[in-house]
Structures are given as C-alpha cells and as structure tokens.
Design a protein around this ligand. Structure first.
Ligand code: CP
Length: 330
C-alpha cells in the first residue's frame, strides 16, 4: 500500500484524531523579516513573554512533547544552534543535531533539497544555516515541513532580528522614536540587514557607522528610503554616539572577505571601551549578536548598558515562541 504523503502544508495529516492546531504561523516557514508586520511582531513577542514566564516558573514543560526539530548547520554556530536546541527541549521536544555537515551525507555530495527531504521524514521542523543567500528559500520550495532560516550567507538572519527587537522592547520598553546606530561590518553582517528591515516597521532613525568598504548595501538603504526611514552614514562613531539609544555593534566578518589584506585593514576599526561610552546616554543599550572578536572590550561588560549577554537569553524565549507557533501550539 502506498504511503500517504501530504501535498500541501496545513492539511494536518500528522495530527492525532480530534486534535486542532491553529495560529497564523502554523506550518509556515520563517525565511525573511520581510514576511512580518507590526501585528505579527506583537503576537510573537506576546508568546515569547509567556515563554519567559513559563521558563522562570517551571523551566521545562510539554507543549511540544513528541515533536522533533532538525538543526541543519552548514556554517558554525554557538548561539543559534544551542538556543534552538534549548528551546525545543524546554518545550518537551527533541532535536536531531547536524551541526557539522561534513560528518553527514552532505560530504558525499548530497544536495540541499535532498538533505531537507531526508530530514523532514524524521523531524517536524528544520532550522537551517547555510553560506548561500536564498538557501532557506530554496529548501522551503522542497520541504513539506516548516523551514526556519538561521542565517543564509550575507543575506538574512530573521530569528536574530526578532530576538534583537524583543531585546530592545524588553530593555527600553518601546521602539518608536529611538535612534539606532549600527556599527562595524554592515556589508557582510546579515544580522544588521534583517534588523534594519524589521526596524523600518517603526518610527526610528538609523545611523550606519562603518569603514568605507563595509557600508550598508545600497539596496537595503533604498528599500528603507522608500518607507521614509531617516538613515545617515558615517565612518566615525563620535558625532552620533551621544544621541544613540541602541548601539548595535557587529564583528567584521573575516570569513566573507576574498582579500585578507582588506580584512586586516578594517578588523580593528572600532572598539567600544568604557572611556568611549562616557559620551553615550545613561539610558541606552549596547547590543551585539556575538561572537565578538575585540570590538567591545571586556572592561565594558560590567556596565549596565551592556545588553549583549541578556540579548542571548531573550533569544531563547523568541525561539521557543517561533517553534510553538510554526508547530501550531501558540
Ligand atoms: N548570533 C549568532 O548568530 O551567533 P552564532 O553564530 O553563534 O549562532
């Protein structure tokens, strides 16, 4: 007898008899921040807030008991990979970890579509990090189960942007009216590409501070211009720091450079120190997607404005919310 495979998502062939699953994200891919509006964000953050309360009260609970996540990472990761693992396990589910594809059949030449079609036989949702722009969108064309983009080359990192925004809301209570300054590698840093787009849903002012060769891509600036977002570019932090509410620092992405001499010429362009931060507001935050490689000095870590370690914890709650939502339990 032929095995029945569902041709479309949301037909719920996997549900136990009588069980209903709903929600605006049920069965959906998370591929780009472009798919979200403000109402979506309020919904996600509401669920993330509930996740935080549950973790603080009881730690682990069985919302996704029996569900399986496949973590498929073609590039290194500490935070994204382990926070999705933690998120799934705190929700009572389990994880297939493929954090090193060279020990998988990818090393034998298996294509991304085939790898995804394999993993979805065993898992209910796939989190994918890949070095090529558009890899998650490609995977989603072949997959019947939801694909969550955990970074596609220099393209996007939508779940990072969601957790970044959740951090801003958690730390400063609002987004409208803020001045956000992005610093460092704005060309290759996918986190700033996603965050700038997500922030464009709000009334914000964006400053981009980078070396000349690492400027924010012109297509993103044009996209945000069309939405009326005030954006200014600088090569020095000095003039904008005193007016900044969120300083979003990024690592210069050594692995993306074709010319290593170019990397050497910009790698230490900016270093945030307690002395530099004397010019910043008392009520502001410094964020970083991490890892850092020298662009924020360790001496600044004790400053209450240093939000980058808290930012990682906010990420757990957002990723719990996303998993619960795409699996129809929120
Ligand atoms: N912020 C982030 O994506 O970190 P990892 O590369 O460690 O996942």
């Amino acid at each position: 007898m032929a095995t029945y495979l569902p041709p479309f998502r949301n037909q719920s062939p996997y549900l136990p008899f009588g069980e209903q699953r709903t929600g605006r994200f049920y069965g959906k891919d998370i591929l780009s921040v472009k798919q979200f509006n403000r109402s979506d964000l309020e919904y996600i953050f509401g669920v993330a807030h509930e996740m935080r309360e549950m973790v603080e009260r009881i730690g682990t609970f069985d919302l996704l008991k029996g569900k399986i996540l496949a973590n498929l990472f073609y590039e290194p990761s500490t935070r994204t990979s382990s926070s999705f693992t933690s998120a799934m396990e705190r929700l009572g589910g389990s994880v297939i970890p493929i954090n090193e594809v060279r020990y998988s059949s990818v090393a034998k030449g298996e294509s991304l579509p085939d790898t995804v079609r394999t993993l979805e036989c065993y898992a209910d949702v796939i989190v994918l990090r890949h070095p090529e722009i558009g890899a998650s969108a490609l995977a989603a064309q072949y997959a019947r189960k939801p694909i969550i983009n955990a970074g596609d080359g220099v393209g996007e990192h939508p779940t990072q942007a969601l957790l970044d925004l959740f951090t801003i809301v958690g730390e400063l209570n609002h987004v409208d009216g803020l001045t956000v300054t992005m610093l460092g590698d704005l060309k290759y840093g996918r986190t700033v590409h996603s965050l700038a787009r997500l922030l464009s849903l709000y009334d914000v002012r964006l400053n981009y501070v980078s070396p000349e060769i690492l400027k924010m891509p012109s297509e993103i600036i044009a996209e945000l211009d069309e939405k009326g977002i005030v954006q200014k570019e600088y090569t020095s932090l000095e003039s904008v720091l005193p007016y900044t509410d969120v300083l979003y620092v990024t690592r210069v992405q050594k692995e993306r450079f074709e010319n290593q001499d170019e990397y050497e010429s910009v790698k230490g362009a900016y270093v945030i120190t307690p002395a530099i931060m004397q010019d910043a507001k008392d009520r502001m935050i410094v964020m970083h997607p991490l890892p850092r490689v020298g662009e924020i000095s360790l001496e600044f870590d004790q400053d209450p404005r240093a939000a980058y370690f808290r930012q990682m914890e906010y990420g757990l709650y957002v990723r719990m919310a996303l998993l619960a939502m795409v699996l129809g339990r929120a």
